[in-house]
Design a protein around this ligand. Structure first.
Ligand SMILES: Cc1cc2nc3c(=O)[nH]c(=O)nc-3n(C[C@H](O)[C@H](O)[C@H](O)COP(=O)(O)OP(=O)(O)OC[C@H]3O[C@@H](n4cnc5c(N)ncnc54)[C@H](O)[C@@H]3O)c2cc1C
Length: 362
């Protein structure tokens, strides 16, 4: 195909490698990491006259995690929401969550999800998303473009665990940068280098941060990392997720910094390298109190594996029932965000508003 410029926006399952090989182009710079998770999700619609259960949730719905299992609710439009449950990719015993009764049984065992299941009806089957990995690419390797007149936009350039919710914003941001760069640099080589500087450095940092969080989550879920390892020195990724994020609910400075990072306004490692953020989180940490979770064996091993039969719900309830009593975040209440001291209520409002403003901005 003859073209002045080709924008490759072919997503995660791109045929890019084949195309480059066919014209003998390369090498390109590429990094890949497995997420190690399988997500199961299902959409629901609220019954007539009912509204979404309210709660102190920063992202619109409750979330919970215990080693080996997590869940999240995502409110949608048109009176819908989706419910996602996530397990380890190698946890064969929980891999029948794609069955509707097993999915519902597991969800019912999580206290914050009960009110959601009671006020809505499923409108889709359970969808499974496995073989997840993160990947970053640049057509510029070692300072040399592997091919000219071709640009990668969106997931084909970089994608991470979808649970981080970066991809759509990134894709729009790439397109915006590319339009400017093509205007400013008529020379194809200059274009390639300028796009690499504008996009690839930023996404590579985000890829690396996501890959480390996925790795450390698995190490935590398998017991290799314990609660005592959730420190800036031993696992900054877990510290960010389990301490900095919840602490943001009580500290407007942290809230702003967290919102800026998760909404891609700041680099993916901006929290981890900011001494003020770490100091503020450390000050808040004792007030978040309580060990977040029991060790994995108490709730996630040694129980009867779930069978593929329709009656497979009981062992699953037994297995996840213990998780239901486990708080999500340090000091979590039944909604998974911790008891809310009075000043923090105001902070959560600030956080929610800030989150919306950041979204608008990006
Ligand atoms: C379960 C899930 C949840 C997500 N949640 C969020 C979220 O909350 N927030 C967020 O920002 N992002 C989220 N994402 C990520 C987001 O969906 C992607 O980052 C975004 O869709 C990427 O857009 P894209 O155009 O690069 O790729 P895609 O949307 O994958 O589009 C690529 C298109 O190219 C087509 N294609 C591929 N090869 C060819 C070919 N040879 N010829 C012609 N067409 C081809 C494909 O069929 C596809 O239509 C989520 C992703 C998943 C899977």
């Amino acid at each position: 195909m003859e073209a002045d410029l080709i924008v490759c926006a072919t997503g995660r399952a791109t045929p890019l490698g084949r195309w480059l090989a066919a014209i003998g182009a390369g090498p390109i710079a590429e990094e890949r990491a497995e997420c190690g998770l399988t997500h199961y999700s299902r959409h629901y619609r609220l019954r007539s006259g009912l509204v979404l259960p309210a709660g102190p949730w920063m992202l619109g719905g409750p979330r919970g995690e215990t080693p080996g299992f997590s869940f999240a609710v995502f409110p949608g439009d048109n009176r819908t929401f989706s419910l996602m449950q996530t397990v380890r990719a190698d946890d064969r015993a929980l891999h029948n969550l794609h069955q509707e009764n097993a999915f519902t049984t597991a969800a019912s065992a999580q206290a914050p999800l009960g009110p959601f299941l009671e006020c809505a009806d499923p409108i889709t089957p359970v969808r499974q998303m496995g073989r997840l990995h993160s990947q970053w690419r640049s057509l510029v390797a070692g300072g040399h473009p592997a091919v000219l007149g071709l640009h990668l936009v969106g997931d084909v350039q970089c994608h991470t665990n979808p649970v981080y919710g970066h991809g759509a914003s990134d894709a729009v941001s790439h397109a915006h940068h590319l339009a400017q760069i093509v205007d400013q640099h008529p020379d194809l080589r200059d274009q390639a280098l300028a796009y690499d500087v504008a996009v690839s450095t930023n996404t590579r940092t985000r890829f690396q941060v996501a890959a480390v969080e996925d790795r450390d989550r698995l190490r935590h879920w398998t017991g290799e990392l314990t609660e005592g390892d959730i420190t800036p020195d031993r696992s900054i990724a877990l510290y960010q997720r389990h301490v900095i994020y919840p602490a943001a609910a009580c500290d407007p400075i942290l809230a702003r910094a967290v919102c800026r990072q998760i909404n891609l306004l700041d680099p993916g490692d901006s929290l981890q390298h900011n001494p003020e953020i770490l100091a503020r989180a450390a000050r808040a940490a004792p007030h978040l109190a309580q060990p977040p979770c029991p060790p994995a064996p108490s709730c996630c091993t040694g129980l009867t594996p779930v069978t593929a039969s329709k009656s497979g719900g009981e062992p699953l309830t037994e297995r996840l029932g213990a998780c239901a009593q486990t708080p999500f975040l340090p000091g979590a209440d039944r909604h998974g965000l911790g008891p809310i001291p009075a000043p923090a209520r105001a902070c959560r409002c600030v956080l929610a508003v800030s989150f919306m403003l950041s979204n608008d901005h990006s």
